[in-house]
Design a protein around this ligand. Structure first.
Ligand SMILES: [Zn+2]
Length: 310
């Protein structure tokens, strides 16, 4: 009798507070990066709440861990990581400290978004982190190819449906709508970039192989001697000579790197330095996965025209 009374009171409070009593609660998703959070929003709609640990203007290889991250992970139903060891420098100890069995690697609430993605620059031969190479498992910046955005979204749909089967049809419908919008956007981005196919660029870090694959740019070199290794005078000199030889007029730099070396290289070669955004949230106006490509393709086409790089 008492139990029944409590149930009635609970239902009454829920009704007053506007909390749905029949539908399952929103799935509490934590993602390593804002790109993944943006894709979760596309598929999850109002049946999820999602928060990213890293901010879009931070280097995702090197994120400063905050105590609040552990609290967020502790209460998460689902953790989605970029994988390919992108987060190896900061995330694994936090997952352990979170004391949440659901989100441990291999748990039902753990999703590695790289599982089915097209991964480029796969190492051949012995896998090693020697020389500080931060890409020992293939290139982890794969979300910058829109085809991979679609693949990640599909994996997210399947995982959300597994965690909340009652909303499976809702997630499937949201994914189908995202897929449709992405196909239209891809056609738009490719058309905008088509006149500039084969434009030679240099990039600071190896962040863009999937992006240049999708849009047809030609990467001639890197400011970093190896991923994660700061520029050295000898490498910079070689890069300048190669850029002059090949007449490269654009240097793409991620927002979290020092512009000193890129500017020096730009001065020596006449190349334009362009700060490209590798992630959602890199600039305030980049709020969705679509915004990310709109932003970068517009920036690039304007810069190529200005620099006469093509
Ligand atoms: Zn990297």
């Amino acid at each position: 009798m008492l139990k029944r009374l409590f149930t009635i009171i609970a239902l009454f409070i829920a009704a007053v507070a506007g909390v749905p009593t029949s539908a399952a609660a929103a799935i509490n998703v934590i993602t390593a990066t804002e790109d993944l959070a943006a894709l979760v929003r596309e598929v999850g709609g109002d049946r999820i709440k999602v928060e990213s640990l890293a901010r879009g203007y931070q280097d995702p290889h090197f994120v400063e861990a905050k105590p609040s991250f552990v609290l967020k992970l502790h209460s998460a139903d689902l953790l989605i990581v970029v994988g390919r060891e992108l987060e190896i420098g900061w995330l694994p100890p936090l997952i352990t400290q979170a004391r949440n069995a659901r989100i441990q690697p291999g748990g039902a609430g753990y999703l590695d978004a790289s599982l089915h993605a097209h991964i480029l620059e796969m190492p051949t031969g012995q896998i090693t982190r020697a020389m500080g190479d931060v890409h020992p498992m293939g290139n982890p910046h794969y979300w910058l190819g829109p085809d991979n955005g679609r693949i990640i979204a599909k994996d997210i749909q399947n995982k959300l449906a597994e965690l909340q089967p009652g909303d499976a049809a809702y997630f499937a419908q949201r994914y189908a709508e995202f897929d449709r919008q992405l196909a239209a956007a891809e056609a738009r981005w490719k058309a905008a970039m088509a006149p500039y196919r084969g434009t030679k660029v240099v990039t600071y870090h190896r962040s863009w192989p999937n992006f240049v694959d999708a849009f047809g740019l030609d990467v001639m070199g890197y400011v970093e001697p190896k991923p994660g290794i700061p520029p050295s005078p000898s490498h910079t000199l070689e890069l300048i000579q190669e850029m002059k030889r090949q007449n490269v007029k654009l240097i793409l730099v991620e927002p979290y790197f020092d512009l000193k070396t890129p500017n020096n290289v730009g001065n020596a070669t006449g190349a334009k330095v362009l700060v490209m955004m590798p992630s959602v949230g890199g600039a305030p106006q980049i709020k969705t996965y679509f915004d990310l490509f709109d932003y970068n393709t517009t920036l690039l086409t304007d810069a190529i025209k200005q620099a006469g790089a093509k």
